[in-house]
Design a protein around this ligand. Structure first.
Ligand SMILES: [Zn+2]
Length: 320
């Protein structure tokens, strides 16, 4: 993935909010999850991966009334994770596509610019495109404006309460790599495009359709697969938009690989608990790959991503 070197980047929606207040490293202590805090070898890894899954259930379904995130799931936070994280970064120094080609942080800005460029003009979204999504990069832990507190362990997420994508870039080096994922520019772009898909859902009121939050055929899975599909729509349109110069076949296959690596069945099998479809929240690897591809083939019509009307989530062509 390469960016147009002469593109002028708009950094107004991306900012680094620094690290959290630290805390005692308690990690996730809510509910019945005995999850150790921080990033470390052995059992901690398992806990972190589960946290990614659990977190997304509460985050992406919430939203009305300024949040909806189950903040009881979070306690303490992230001291160990913070120790592994990179420095804070001043995104205002990302001025051109050339900067994006030479700096992964600036690539985040360029990808956000490209996503905004695409979705603000997408015919079915155009009239609803307000406000624009913001991106807040944090280190270790963060207090969101509408979804309580979160730590690196939970992975990137979208908060409907403040219409912001939260991301600790250390996620790619830790949790994602532990799942066997490749950390590439396009994989990072896919992750942001997925979260941006949740913003589009928020703008279109799709999140209110979510009544069931767990299970292979749950509304939560439909919401997640739709976000993958929206990511695919952007990927198919980004090249030549002024920000993205090219997306190679290899990029696309890496993106599909990333969709696979965050599938519920794959994560559960990797964790060692065995795949349990009744607890799925995001869909299987095969489904996530299929819907990302479906988005790439949807043209400019979001109806092709209507997972809520699909009779069979394993087959995007079953959309009514
Ligand atoms: Zn999601």
């Amino acid at each position: 993935m390469r960016f147009n070197p002469t593109a002028r980047l708009d950094t107004s929606r991306t900012r680094d909010v620094g690290g959290g207040s630290g805390g005692t490293g308690g990690g996730l202590g809510g509910g019945s999850l005995p999850i150790p805090g921080g990033i470390k070898a052995g059992g901690g890894v398992v806990g972190i991966i589960i946290a990614v899954v659990i977190y997304f259930v509460s985050t992406q379904v919430g939203g009305s009334g300024g949040g909806g995130l189950d903040t009881s799931a979070f306690t303490g936070g992230g001291t160990q994770a913070a120790g592994l994280n990179g420095q804070s970064f001043d995104y205002s120094q990302c001025q051109t596509g050339d900067d994006a080609n030479n700096n992964e942080n600036c690539a985040l800005v360029a990808v956000e610019n490209s996503l905004t460029e695409y979705w603000q003009d997408q015919p079915q979204v155009k009239g609803s495109f307000e406000p624009e999504a913001a991106i807040e990069v944090f280190h270790g832990s963060v207090s969101t404006g509408g979804c309580g507190n979160a730590t690196t362990d939970v992975g990137p997420f979208y908060c409907p309460g403040d219409q912001t994508i939260y991301l600790d870039t250390a996620f790619y080096d830790t949790v994602f790599k532990q799942l066997g994922g490749q950390d590439t520019t396009f994989v990072r772009a896919y992750v942001i495009a997925h979260e941006y898909g949740h913003h589009i859902q928020d703008l279109l009121g799709t999140m209110s359709k979510v009544k069931t939050q767990q299970g292979a055929n749950s509304d939560s899975v439909k919401l997640e697969l739709q976000a993958d599909c929206y990511a695919g729509m952007w990927a198919a349109h980004a090249e030549g938009d002024g920000f993205v110069e090219d997306i190679t076949d290899q990029d696309i296959s890496e993106g599909i690989g990333a969709a696979h690596d965050v599938g519920d069945d794959y994560i559960q099998n990797t964790v060692g608990s065995g795949s349990n479809p009744e607890s799925w929240t995001h869909g299987s690897s095969a489904e996530r790959e299929a819907w990302f591809k479906a988005g790439m083939n949807a043209g400019d019509d979001i109806a092709g991503c209507d997972t809520f009307s699909a009779s069979d989530l394993t087959d995007p062509s079953s959309v009514a």
